[in-house]
Design a protein around this ligand. Sequence first.
Ligand code: ADP
Ligand code: MG
Length: 176
Amino acid sequence: MKPSGFLAPQNQQSLKTILFYLGLGSNLGDRKRHIEDAIAFLQSCGQVVRKSAFYETSPLAMPAAGLFLNMVLALESVLDPQELLAVCKVHEASQGRDLEDSHYKNRPIDIDILQAGDMVIATPELTVPHPRLCERGFVLVPLFEIAPKLVHPLEKVTVTRLLSRLKGGEKIRRQE
Ligand code: ADP
Ligand code: MG
């Protein structure tokens, strides 16, 4: 791992940065605080260059769960995608998320890597672009807010187009 805070400035400049788009979500406890804490944590992993508003969304396929608060952000980081996933999992676990049970869908904080530049990754631990990105209004709506022209490297279409393809049915309310 090579968090930018540990590197001398001359080394930081010579390292390649990746422009990540990340999706953050919470439906347990103080949801806004969990997301704000995650943003502060991500600021220690690079530079947060864009942030969407917060959106309150109805849980997909989880009728019994509480409403989610979701947002997306753009992060420039010298970490590679596997390193970023690893540190995000450490942060999720530190906030009380049970990482052992993948079906445990209520969570204080969920951090998803939506895109990593135009990289395509398919490993057991990490799939980029995020495999459910194209079907999730709660991700595409905030992503449209900060990056409408971003191109999905496999679909080869913009976020605007991905959003227009969605069938709808999700309740997504922008918070002022
Ligand atoms: P979802 O975010 O779709 O609701 P989960 O958060 O429950 O699903 O999935 C967690 C697992 O997904 C993690 O163990 C992680 O290894 C894996 N994963 C695969 N690709 C990604 C990605 N792009 N971003 C975050 N986690 C991912
Ligand atoms: Mg996740």
